[in-house]
Write a protein that binds this ligand. Structure first.
Ligand SMILES: Nc1ncnc2c1ncn2[C@@H]1O[C@H](COP(=O)(O)OP(=O)(O)OP(=O)(O)O)[C@@H](O)[C@H]1O
Ligand SMILES: [Mg+2]
Length: 286
């Protein structure tokens, strides 16, 4: 198992002494290979806090997170004896806000920063940056630009490129497609899918878009008020009676199917993933 959460709780300290409990007793296992996981839940439910535990950016208040055999607890590494760099290379985390991640003078310097830090020669890292900038949908011309003068969507792409350049085994993306246009969003999701399929890597994507969950995910995790309340396949999630309680929507195709079932006063025996599947269900039922 690549990452294992055992009874993890986390509280943010506050000045008035009333610590805020953001994660409550999380138990979770993530394997290195072959999972496409979407992490969902309403705003403030603890998603970003949870993923920052996956590469030891923050440590649990109680419980432990074991990442590639290294057990991280509250007081682990206070004296910096454990090297966390290798963990950060294995589990690449793209932040929700790209501003947290971009700090160099040029896009190229930002993208090669990680690989150089992990011992890759500069020339090789630059060649890699030229490939990766195109993978995330930007041209090579962007490499000489300042990351601070880019649009929100462009910054997002550069921050993703910087993590891809480290070739992590597990890629964790905190709302990677928010603020992107629909074409850009689909292209990035296809890129993550191909990394997942061709390189057999685990991808974890935080999203508020249920269509993305239904179309791409093999596993869905739902956070609600700091608790992990669902861990299973998207098909079961979207038939779970708690879904409205967790303040989640249904994917468009499921909403349309439900409306059709009501209008036609029938019940289909499966859930369609696209219009063609829905068409066949309707044809079969009439
Ligand atoms: N640095 C912080 N200090 C104190 N409280 C925090 C801090 N960061 C987050 N929180 C609180 O912890 C809770 C969980 O926050 P988190 O960012 O993990 O939520 P989220 O599920 O990622 O939300 P969103 O969908 O809005 O990104 C929220 O109630 C938030 O206000
Ligand atoms: Mg968040």
């Amino acid at each position: 198992m690549a990452i294992k959460f055992e009874q993890v709780s986390f509280s943010y300290p506050s000045f008035d002494g009333k610590n805020f409990s953001a994660l409550k007793n999380i138990n979770l296992e993530i394997s290195e290979k072959g999972e496409f996981i979407t992490l969902i839940g309403e705003t403030g439910s603890g998603k970003s806090t949870l993923v920052q535990h996956m590469n030891a950016l923050i440590r649990p208040t109680t419980g432990s997170v074991t990442i590639y055999g290294i057990k991280i607890e509250k007081n682990t590494n206070k004296n910096k004896r454990i090297k966390l760099n290798p963990l950060r290379q294995k589990v690449g985390l793209v932040f929700q806000f790209p501003e947290y991640q971009l700090f160099e003078e040029t896009v190229q310097k930002d993208i090669i920063f990680g690989p150089k830090n992990f011992g890759i020669k500069e020339e090789i890292a630059i060649e890699r940056a030229k490939e990766i900038i195109k993978l995330v949908g930007l041209s090579e011309d962007y490499l000489s630009r300042s990351p601070f003068n880019l649009s929100g969507g462009e910054k997002k792409r550069v921050s993703i490129a910087g993590i891809l350049a480290m070739e992590p085994d597990i890629l964790v993306l905190d709302e990677p497609t928010s603020g992107l246009d629909p074409k850009g969003r689909d292209a990035l999701l296809e890129l993550f899918t191909s990394i997942h399929k061709e390189l057999d890597k685990t991808i974890i994507v935080i999203t508020h878009d249920m269509n993305t969950v239904y179309k791409y995910a093999s596993r869905a995790l739902v956070m609600y008020d700091g608790e992990l309340v669902f861990d299973g396949v998207p098909n079961s999630l979207f038939s779970d009676k708690h879904i409205t309680e967790w303040n989640l929507d249904l994917p468009d195709i499921i909403q349309i199917t439900k409306q059709l079932e009501e209008k036609l006063d029938i019940k289909f025996d499966s859930k369609p993933h696209n219009v063609d599947e829905l068409f066949n269900l309707v044809k079969g039922a009439l």
